[in-house]
Ligand binder design. Structure first.
Ligand SMILES: C[S@@+](CC[C@H](N)C(=O)[O-])C[C@H]1O[C@@H](n2cnc3c(N)ncnc32)[C@H](O)[C@@H]1O
Length: 282
């Protein structure tokens, strides 16, 4: 890390800690960016300089380690990010899943690494529009991130006008958002209550999720160390139904074609399972 106070050994310890606890890969080239992400943590924990924080980190005190790891993540997100993906979900994925799950009229969906929730609320709007929140369907919409701050924001479901402008069409704003005196907009309770929000680390056991029909895990694995990414994708495959769908970021691939296949005619980032080669994991 090119900060005056960080010795190479401290950088490697930091990178190892972050990788073990989150899967995220830090490289020396990211030195300046890492330093700027660490500054607020240093201020919060009362360190005058990063060197002192890094020295303390060597003993891995729990709260500090967790705060540092969470600070390393990128939380960039927006409503209906990559709109072509949401169009495909609306026009192809949801109709196919609804037809396949007419009995027992149940869908189990997970929006993993959801950051501050815009993606999950966008998805909830699609589900509502498809009539899936109406009588007769049981929808489990799990939404998670490992960052406690992000999870608080998802639960709160409140966004600035600027955040709404990034992707939320105004008819949907009128339908699903209520302005508050603070100037922020709150997702209506009817939508907010649909989300089952969890603070969850993708490296942990997926057993609690059961069998899922659709997983969105977009723009998170991209930042993982390659071997952790592969291993996580294999575990995701273990909880995805044999006719389920995996949605990654548009510049991400599942790498291992034995686990997932790209869907013909779909936008980039959309995959199905090659069920013949599946193995149960998680
Ligand atoms: C760039 S955001 C992507 C948000 C959203 N999926 C999207 O595409 O707009 C990446 C998110 O992954 C989360 N993340 C990173 N490592 C994680 C891990 N090991 N477990 C769970 N979430 C993680 C970060 O906290 C961050 O909010």
């Amino acid at each position: 890390m090119s900060t005056p106070s960080a010795a190479p050994a401290q950088f490697y310890h930091l990178a190892d800690l972050v990788r073990r606890r989150s899967g995220l890969r830090l490289t020396v080239d990211h030195g300046e960016r890492i330093a700027s992400k660490l500054q607020p943590v240093a201020a919060r924990f009362g360190f005058r300089e990063l060197g002192a924080l890094l020295a303390e980190l060597e003993d891995e005190p729990e709260e500090l380690s967790r705060a540092v790891v969470e600070a390393m993540a990128t939380h960039e997100t927006s409503f209906f990010r990559d709109p072509q993906v949401f169009e495909f979900l609306r026009n192809t994925v949801l109709p196919q899943l609804m037809a396949a799950r007419l009995v027992p009229r149940r869908l189990r969906i997970w929006c993993a690494a959801a950051s501050t929730g815009q993606e999950a609320y966008s998805l909830a709007m699609l589900l509502d529009d498809a009539g899936l929140f109406a009588e007769g369907w049981k929808i489990d919409l799990f939404v998670s991130d490992f960052s406690r701050d992000a999870v608080m924001r998802i639960t709160e479901g409140a966004y600035s006008a600027y955040e709404l402008e990034r992707g939320l069409p105004s008819p949907l704003r009128s339908r699903y958002c209520v302005p508050s005196e603070s100037g922020r907009w709150h997702m209506v309770d009817g939508l907010r209550r649909r989300l089952r929000v969890h603070c969850f680390n993708l490296l942990d056991s997926l057993g609690w999720l059961g069998n899922l029909d659709l997983i969105l895990c977009r723009n998170a694995l991209f930042y993982f160390a390659p071997d952790v990414r592969l291993e996580t994708l294999a575990r995701l495959s273990g909880v995805l139904a044999s006719d389920g769908w995996l949605i990654l970021g548009t510049s991400e691939t599942p790498v291992d074609a034995r686990l997932y296949l790209p869907v013909a005619g779909a936008p980039r980032g959309i995959f199905s399972k090659n069920s013949a080669l599946m193995r149960r994991a998680g």
